[in-house]
Write a protein that binds this ligand. Structure first.
Ligand code: CA
Length: 237
């Protein structure tokens, strides 16, 4: 399916570094966002390793969900190897959310609290589930989604690349339709904007770039507490 895409990262207003990374390879239908963490600039090393490992898939024939999940597991190994060789990088990690569009199918492979959304018509749906402590509390009915957003532990991850030798990768597959709009983003966007905010901006009848920049501007207007990264992919009508 023919698509248009737009990707951008922004440091935000509070952080001195940008530890996010993204990938947009529309010619092979491969997209990703990674949000790194770790001191001494190690976070950007981890997110870069994740994105580079996923990007290597572009050389393969027939990228699918299994290939994307395998790439995330290889990235986990590569990050752990790099951390083991440099004490400054010990404990570095990253999220990874990968979108593959092939034919009329989409696949998302995912670890961490970056997100994939699908806007179909007027309805925005979060495709991924956050691997966070607060998300687990929401699922158990202990916290409401709004309480989770404001909780001091809202950024505590239960799953990330770099932390364990074996990483469990979520895979979500579905059928893409003409007009579908996918959003991949780091939590610097969703910590500030609600799903309703996202839907309002994504539903505007403007270019992908205008909507993408409007999302970044809105996150910065809300304080810009973290790096903001997004990838927008629109399937042509
Ligand atoms: Ca972040």
């Amino acid at each position: 399916m023919p698509t248009q895409s737009f990707a951008r990262t922004d440091r935000g207003r509070m952080r001195r570094h940008n530890e996010d990374a993204f990938l947009a390879r529309p010619e092979v239908g491969l997209y990703a966002v990674a949000d790194g963490m770790g001191g001494h600039a190690a976070g950007e090393v981890a997110s870069a390793i994740a994105v580079e490992t996923v990007a290597a898939l572009a050389d393969d024939a027939g990228i699918d969900a299994d290939a994307a999940a395998d790439a995330i597991r290889r990235a986990n190994d590569a990050i752990r190897d790099a951390a083991a060789q440099d004490p400054d990088r010990a404990g570095m990690g990253t999220t990874a959310t990968v979108l593959v569009l092939h034919g009329e199918a989409y696949a998302v492979a995912h670890v961490g609290d970056s997100r994939a959304y699908l806007m179909r018509g007027d309805t925005l749906r979060q495709v991924t589930v956050d691997h966070t402590w607060v998300q687990e509390q929401v699922e158990m009915g202990v916290l409401s989604p709004m309480e989770a957003r404001r909780h001091p532990w809202s950024s505590v991850l239960t799953r990330a690349l770099g932390t364990e030798a074996d990483v469990d990768v979520d895979v979500i597959e579905g059928s893409a339709q003409p007009g579908d709009l996918f959003l991949l983003c780091s939590d610097g966007l969703t910590a500030v904007l609600t799903d309703d905010d996202l839907a309002d901006i994504l539903g505007a009848p403007t270019s992908l770039e205008t909507r993408g920049q409007a999302l970044i501007d809105a996150a910065n207007a809300g304080g810009g507490p973290d790096n903001i990264t997004l990838v927008l992919v629109q399937v042509d009508d």
